[in-house]
Design a protein around this ligand. Structure first.
Ligand SMILES: NC(=O)c1ccc[n+]([C@@H]2O[C@H](COP(=O)([O-])OP(=O)(O)OC[C@H]3O[C@@H](n4cnc5c(N)ncnc54)[C@H](OP(=O)(O)O)[C@@H]3O)[C@@H](O)[C@H]2O)c1
Length: 240
């Protein structure tokens, strides 16, 4: 399956929400990010909101250790907080994120969720940042669908609940995989979707990455639909 060059590498990236919250976990979190890069993960998702910028600092430390020469092999995603998303605020927030990340540009810059600033203002900020080469892309769902751009799926393990789900585990065990791998393989079954499970544990990063090799047959997909019935009408995306 051909995947877009917007999200580089395999269709499993690394989420970093809740990293950066404890100073005592700094070394292990930086090692986990570095481990993900060394194992071939090329998409790292962070945000100025996560631990007030400390998650971006952790990513920055791992990137520095990994080597600046390989920067272009990566897709680094970060996000502006809604209350910063005025035209000038968006530009300032991105500049601050870049400093914490220790890099010259962000590959994909996102509005974390919509707040009170007019969306046009935020987009003007994104355009100004792109003209200066500080960001490469920004996303907007309807336009993405029209142009068949890929989608980055957050919280693909339901913040861990799917990895612990007994029904999913039973289905997964019959396939010789874990519940987390089954959930991830389901999320990335389309060539247009990449998933960014967060883990600070190297064994789990490996486990999650191995989901790239799982191909799900029609019968398994049907059984998943029975366990987790798809909505019968359009519903708003849950805010996490
Ligand atoms: N609005 C947004 O833009 C938005 C919103 C939410 C999330 N995100 C992004 O998406 C990323 C992922 O979402 P998320 O962090 O909410 O949740 P998630 O990736 O669905 O689940 C993460 C949780 O699952 C555990 N886990 C990871 N791999 C596992 C495995 N193989 N087996 C069992 N447990 C496992 C992790 O614990 P350990 O670390 O201990 O392994 C963590 O507690 C975030 O980190 C963030 O980068 C973006």
């Amino acid at each position: 399956m051909e995947r877009s060059s917007l999200f580089k590498g395999p269709p499993i990236g690394l989420g970093t929400w809740q990293m950066g919250e404890r100073a005592s976990a700094a070394a292990s979190e930086v090692s986990a990010i570095l481990h993900a890069l060394e194992r071939g993960i090329r998409l790292i998702d962070t945000a100025e909101m996560y631990a007030d910028g400390e998650s971006e600092r952790r990513v920055g430390e791992a990137l520095a250790a990994w080597g600046k020469a390989k920067r272009d092999e990566l897709t680094v995603v970060t996000k502006v907080l809604p209350h910063n998303a005025s035209r000038e605020g968006t530009v300032r927030a991105c500049e601050d994120s870049l400093k914490r990340l220790g890099i010259d540009y962000v590959d994909v810059y996102l509005l974390h969720w919509q707040g009170s600033h007019a969306f046009e203002q935020t987009l003007e900020g994104f355009v100004a940042l792109r003209e200066r080469g500080l960001i490469r892309h920004w996303d907007l769902l309807p336009a993405m669908q029209e142009q068949q751009m890929p989608l980055m799926a957050y919280t693909p393990l339901g913040s861990g609940t799917l990895a612990r789900d007994k029904r999913l585990a039973a289905l997964a065990s019959a396939l010789g995989i874990t519940a987390a791998q089954l959930a991830l393989a389901w999320v990335i079954r389309s060539a247009h979707v990449v998933a960014i499970p967060k883990s600070s544990q190297t064994a789990r990063i490996d486990e999650n990455l191995a989901a790239c090799d799982v191909v799900l047959g029609d019968e398994v997909l049907r059984q998943i639909d029975v366990l987790f019935p798809p909505p019968s009408r359009k519903v708003s995306l849950a805010m996490v």
